[in-house]
Design a protein around this ligand. Structure first.
Ligand code: 1HE
Length: 267
């Protein structure tokens, strides 16, 4: 599938997607948002994990402000819902998505990153929510997803004061789980994607589909959902094979990572 604003390459079990509007700092116009949705809803069945990055010097400058002008409130609601559908297609899609972040991760670009399952940032990444400056509000799920990463107070501060977080600060507060040297975000995201792709698919499914919903449930309901999901995963033949392999001495042990290495050994 050829896209106008997105590149999609398949490398065995890993899908590589890159926002492809570098001249506009990968600002998310409607066409790009719709292409993201289409791409994640139509990944080939053999894909086990995806890496999402951006071409050029920035991951994403957020909403394409040139398209903002002429919407009335009902149209604006529909527009926001269109973003929600696209970013839901990532968060609740078929495979875990590792975001590779560099340069600007701003506004809707940060909302997009927050819809991914793991975020790797290089040293050039910076995070901002300039919606306040523009007289608008987040509309791509940011008010739901971003506080789960950094908390409501930090998000409110960013929106009210225009605070910008550097890459190292972003890792400390929870925007990214990994911080790597300049230019290394994609290669590191790929290492992680290969690791994720080796998990039992049912475990990945549970992490993507059950975990965020359990976190939203009252504790009593969450514990019940967890017990059901746990029973389903451990009943699968693959789980039995993997556990038996460990008991037979063939499965990988959990080891403390060596300094500088944060990828777990293969199962
Ligand atoms: C854009 C956009 C954009 C760049 N919409 N066209 N997002 C923002 O408020 C961030 C706005 N952008 C910036 O602050 C800067 O562009 C950057 C820090 C990302 C990069 O700076 P720089 O100096 O490398 O590039 P530039 O010269 O500012 O921009 C290059 C071109 O990209 C230029 O167009 P040109 O035709 O003059 O070459 C810019 O106009 C264009 N461009 N960013 C449209 N965002 C679901 S609701 C989400 C709400 C939000 O996301 S609000 C936050 C919007």
């Amino acid at each position: 599938m050829q896209y106008q604003f997105l590149t999609l390459e398949l490398q065995e079990e890993i899908a590589h997607l890159h926002l492809n509007r570098a001249d506009k700092r990968n600002a998310l116009n409607d066409g790009l948002v719709l292409e993201l949705r289409h791409a994640f809803e139509n990944l080939p069945g053999h894909v086990r994990a995806a890496v999402l990055g951006g071409h050029g010097a920035h991951f994403c400058a957020g909403l394409d402000l040139s398209e903002l002008a002429h919407r009335d409130p009902p149209q604006a609601v529909q527009h926001s819902r269109m973003w929600h559908a696209a970013l839901d297609a990532i968060q609740f899609g078929p495979v875990p998505v590792i975001a590779a972040l560099h340069g600007a991760v701003i506004g809707g670009g940060l909302e997009l990153a927050a819809a991914c399952h793991v975020r790797v940032a290089d040293a050039t990444a910076f995070y901002a929510l300039p919606e306040g400056t523009r007289g608008i509000f987040v509309g791509g799920g940011g008010s739901v997803r971003i506080p789960k990463l950094i908390g409501v107070a930090r998000m409110a501060d960013m929106m009210l004061t225009g605070r910008v977080y550097r890459a190292d600060e972003g890792e400390r507060v929870g925007f990214s789980q990994y911080l790597v040297a300049e230019g290394k975000a994609c290669s590191h995201a790929l290492l992680l994607a290969n690791q994720v792709a080796r998990n039992a698919p049912l475990t990945n499914f549970a992490v993507m589909q059950a975990l965020p919903r359990i976190a939203e449930q009252p504790a009593d309901h969450g514990l019940m959902t967890e017990a059901l999901m746990s029973a389903i995963t451990q009943s699968a033949p693959e789980a039995k094979l993997r556990v038996q392999a460990f008991l037979d001495g063939a499965g990988a042990k959990v080891r403390t990572p060596q300094a500088g290495a944060d990828i777990a050994p293969a199962a």
